[in-house]
Design a protein around this ligand. Structure first.
Ligand SMILES: [Zn+2]
Length: 243
């Protein structure tokens, strides 16, 4: 009673409402999309992520029960519901629930205007269709101009990790990452190539262990200048015919 003096009535009637319902209400009210690959951090209040974890654990336990797994006697699956809930919320899909990495942008004091390539950056994600791992690499090409902001090389990897840490569709993931880098640095040109193995192809479905999906986004001068595009692609080891 003493602790919740700001909104005592609302809290007492809210008691039974699952925290996921409260978060969804806020999202709907703000007319914000909450697809699998959207970040919803700004709609989660302090302490709610822990409650969300408890909620997912209970639901996950329901899935195990429905799969007729005796989690009470089976020591291997005893705590699986909790482990899976933690893995989803705090690890592999963390990019939905936490705010983006803090990136300090600096003015381009050296007036760098040469093609810069960052990579390979390891990609760890999962597909939205099956929640199966998507593991691969990506390369980022940036052509700065004098007005472009400069960010540290490791920051590209942090941004990529945040975007990939959500259930994703490879085509949408690279676009989300491109939008983010574009917004942070405003370069003349931006190119991203991603190459990944989709475990839903190897573990189930066609059971093809070797197939990889490669896709790219090209922005600005990379779209207009075929030579620049060629230079970028030739500098990426895997895409170099010589290798
Ligand atoms: Zn899939």
């Amino acid at each position: 009673m003493l602790m919740k003096s700001d909104t005592p009535q609302r809290d007492s009637t809210d008691e039974g409402t699952p925290v996921s319902v409260k978060i969804r209400e806020r999202l709907n009210l703000a007319r914000k999309r909450f697809n699998a690959n959207d970040n919803i951090a700004e709609f989660i209040e302090p302490g709610e992520l822990e409650k969300l974890l408890d909620e997912v654990e209970v639901k996950m336990q329901g899935v195990l029960d429905s799969m007729v797994i005796d989690t009470a006697s089976d020591h291997n699956t005893n705590n699986t519901a909790r482990r899976v809930a933690k893995m989803y919320l705090n690890e592999v899909f963390k990019g939905r629930y936490v705010t983006g990495p803090t990136i300090t942008e600096f003015p381009n004091a050296e007036h760098l205007n040469e093609l810069m390539i960052v990579g390979p950056i390891t990609v760890r994600s999962a597909c939205s269709h099956h929640f199966c791992p998507v593991i691969g690499k990506l390369w980022i090409g940036v052509l700065p101009n004098e007005h472009t902001n400069v960010i540290g090389l490791s920051k590209y990897a942090r941004l990529a990790e945040w975007v990939m840490g959500r259930p994703q569709i490879q085509e949408e993931a690279v676009v989300q990452l491109a939008d983010l880098i574009q917004e942070k640095t405003s370069p003349d040109g931006l190119a991203i190539v991603m190459e990944a193995t989709h475990f839903c192809m190897g573990w189930r479905g066609v059971k093809d262990m070797d197939s990889k999906m490669i896709n790219s986004v090209m922005r600005g001068v990379f779209l207009k200048d075929p030579n620049l595009r060629r230079e970028f692609l030739s500098l990426i080891p895997k895409h170099n015919n010589g290798n």
